[in-house]
Design a protein around this ligand. Sequence first.
Ligand SMILES: *Cc1c(COP(=O)(O)O)cnc(C)c1O
Length: 464
Amino acid sequence: MQTSQYQARDRAHHLHPFTDFKALGEEGSRVVTHAEGVYIHDSEGHRILDGMAGLWCVNLGYGRRELVEAATSQLEQLPYYNTFFKTTHPPALGLAEKLCSLAPAHMNHVFFTGSGSEANDTVLRMVRRYWALKGRPGKRWIIGRENGYHGSTVAGMSLGGMAPMHEQGGPCVPEIAHVAQPYWFGEGRDLSPEAFGRHCAEALEDKILELGEENVAAFIAEPVQGAGGAIMPPDSYWPAVKAVLAKYDILLVADEVICGFGRLGEWFGSQHFGLEPDLMPIAKGLSSGYLPIGGVLVGDRVADTLIDEGGEFFHGFTYSGHPACAAVALRNLELLEAEGVVERVRDDVGPYLARRWATLAEHPIVGEARSLGLMGALELVADKVAGTRFDKSLAAGNLCRDLCFEAGLVMRSVGDTMIISPPLVITRDEIDELVRLARQALDETARRLAEHVVTDAQREEIRA
Ligand SMILES: *Cc1c(COP(=O)(O)O)cnc(C)c1O
């Protein structure tokens, strides 16, 4: 099959997620045909280093026979049965048990969903239900963060803080508010990182006081924002937020859909930051993306109330705890554990990536290079000293992303922030290759942009 034939068929019938349908139709899709390890292959015969682990999910890398076998044998044994109406099956109960053994000690229950978005819909219903059962039905507001991402269902996008999403198909779910994100490079450089982190926690406190603490149910946040641009908060941020939430008795929902399962060098991002969340939505790396599955890990405080006082919870999905998905997720967790993948991220490849990635900070169009575990970001800038951005019309980030593809690397762009989140099984040699390809793409991006860009200094010269 020729690429052009694939593209024509794709264009004719397939509406892609988060895509300008018309523009993609004109350009033609990239057709990915197979993959192994940390590499994907396209229909043109290119081998491309997948710096994004698919969509932040293929933590064990591609081509793992063990996961294929877990799926196949479960499909033969019991391809489907539901977990409604007092039934269960070994994969669902086994996965629940395994997850709770890995989660922080106070989290001993899990509610399964088909995706991260469904997990956050579950969160919304659970936290409001919890407070109603506690005799405080006024506690309904949930505070999220600007530019946070919690999925694309109606509740998921409402909890998230992505304005372009809110503008389509609204109105959003009522009684959800958003506060400043701890994005120092983007929004806080007039303060020190530590002062800015505290400033963001104060913004949360101000919002709680504005809404009335008796009306606020929960705060939801990713330990490190992923889709928003791999935004690692200043060290001051989480301790200050924790103190605010404790002061007003507000639940913490740590969205672990990306940070969970080793991305930051701990089983959960919450453990890296010393958080004790009441709820943790999970998905993505839970199954290394081999089959779709998500869930919500529920802390004892909420679980005990729902169990002891709740009666029937009118919520669930046909595929909650799907046997094949659960079997693959369970095998995935066993492999992560048996191969010491999480410890390897913390002690070996994470620190190694940090050293190698930091060298990109010297590049003329990079204003900041940051990483934590196996997540990293580069901030593209027009003027390195002043830290000013490129003109938006140049779409520098998109250009760099396209040039990465040409160079043989998947690196995603969020505006002019370039991000990576490679499979956790990436080797040191592959990290060297990733950084080399990123640098090559940055050089080419700089060269192409130089044809368009005049800096303020150059403009002065021209005037003189
Ligand atoms: C991807 C993501 C989601 C949504 O997960 P889906 O499986 O795409 O529905 C939710 N929260 C975070 C933090 C995510 O990165």
